[in-house]
Ligand binder design. Structure first.
Ligand SMILES: [Zn+2]
Length: 386
């Protein structure tokens, strides 16, 4: 593991932090009884919405993001040691062709929507029928063995879900996505949420299907699925909902247009829902129903939050990281290995450390897994993918 310590410049910094941030940092989650077995929620700040990575018990599972131009092998990385390998135990495999056990078939330019549930990795692939790509939910053991098709997904529902959330609770799949159709030569945007028993024997249950929104983010917390529907563009608006997965009730929490709808992920922390990955990070209080900014970057860079830090890529090659409580700021330069036109993807934050993926654009340009530990202001290259 190569460690590169960034140029550290700490200076006084005044930041307006809403009162709701207290709820964010004190972790005052209520004890609740859940009926079903929960999806992994050990990392509250992991970007489940990125679609190409998942986290479970000290291990990151990830593949190359869609459109990177690189072959989609599954890798696993130990977040403690930084060790990173293809998820393939085949003896004498060179891990560079379609016969490798780590190779993900049938993505057709989509992300696999990884999630970990009940000690298995679940993901979505497609199978080519005559003129259609049939989406299929698959599972494998955490060591990459025992791959199998769990069930075919509903083609009509999945057809318009370009990107979105995939999670599992109590033996049931939950899918959220946004898509576009054309009606009277005009594009019509919609968001869809549905659930389906993993047995595949029952029809899917459509929880929500709504026109007029072109983005959706979701997060499971206990037995509640939080859903944020966005309209981005001219008629900007946000609709925040909660769905109780035990008693199947959908509740509107917030509807308004006061905030830029640019978030890439939502997190549930204590009694707040935190929106991160946009030009503003903000939080919604489940107690009083109010939305407050956590951070706003006047230069419109994307901001990512962890339990106690705000991370910003301030240029193609530089970053800053602000401490909520002290207001101190570290700035630095990204390691050279992460640059050269690579696309930056945040994977999220685990125990305060941020993880990033810098995707190469071709078979020759290797992708890079990196982490940033704010406690020692250290940006580390964990692995150059083979
Ligand atoms: Zn292999």
């Amino acid at each position: 593991m190569e460690k590169i310590t960034a140029d550290k410049r700490v200076f006084a910094f005044i930041i307006v932090i809403a009162a709701s941030i207290a709820a964010l940092t004190c972790g005052c989650a209520k004890q609740q009884a859940y009926k079903g077995e929960l999806e992994i929620e050990e990392s509250r700040f992991f970007f489940v919405d990125s679609g190409f990575a998942a986290y479970h018990e000290g291990t990151l599972y990830f593949t190359e993001p869609a459109f990177s131009g690189r072959k989609p092998f599954v890798y696993f990385a130990d977040t403690k040691t930084g060790e990173c390998m293809p998820l393939c135990g085949k003896p004498e495999c060179s891990h560079d062709n379609n016969n490798c056990n780590a190779y993900l078939d049938g993505l057709y330019g989509g992300n696999p929507l990884f999630t970990v549930y009940n000690n298995k990795i679940y993901w979505r692939r497609f199978e080519k029928a005559k003129t259609e790509l049939i989406p299929i939910l698959c599972s494998m053991n955490l060591d990459g063995t025992m791959r199998k098709d769990v069930m075919s997904l509903d083609y009509a529902l999945e057809e318009f879900m370009n990107v979105g959330f995939l999670g599992i609770y109590d033996g049931k799949l939950f899918r959220c996505g946004s898509g576009e159709t054309v009606e009277d030569s005009e594009p019509v945007y919609s968001v869809t949420v549905y659930s389906q028993e993993l047995t595949g024997e029952a029809d899917p249950n459509v929880i929500l299907h709504m026109k007029g929104y072109n983005g959706i983010l979701a997060r499971m917390n206990g037995n509640v699925l939080y859903i944020a529907c966005f309209a981005r563009g001219e008629d900007e608006k946000l609709l925040l909902l909660s769905y109780n997965m035990d008693d199947e009730t959908l509740t509107e929490l917030y509807s308004g247009s006061d905030f830029p709808c640019s978030a890439q992920s939502i997190f549930v922390v204590g009694d707040s829902i935190v929106f991160s990955g946009g030009i503003t990070a903000y939080s919604y209080s489940l107690n009083n129903g109010e939305i407050s900014p956590i951070s706003s970057d006047p230069d419109k860079h994307l901001v990512f939050v962890s339990e106690d830090r705000i991370f910003t890529f301030t240029s193609a090659s530089t970053y800053s990281c602000t401490d909520f409580s002290s207001g101190s700021v570290c700035t630095g330069e990204l390691p050279d290995e992460c640059l050269d036109g690579r696309l930056k993807y945040p994977l999220g934050s685990i125990d305060g450390t941020f993880y990033f993926f810098f995707a190469g654009f071709s078979e020759e340009q290797k992708s890079v897994l990196a982490s940033y530990d704010p406690s020692d202001d250290c940006f580390s290259v964990l692995a150059m993918l083979p």
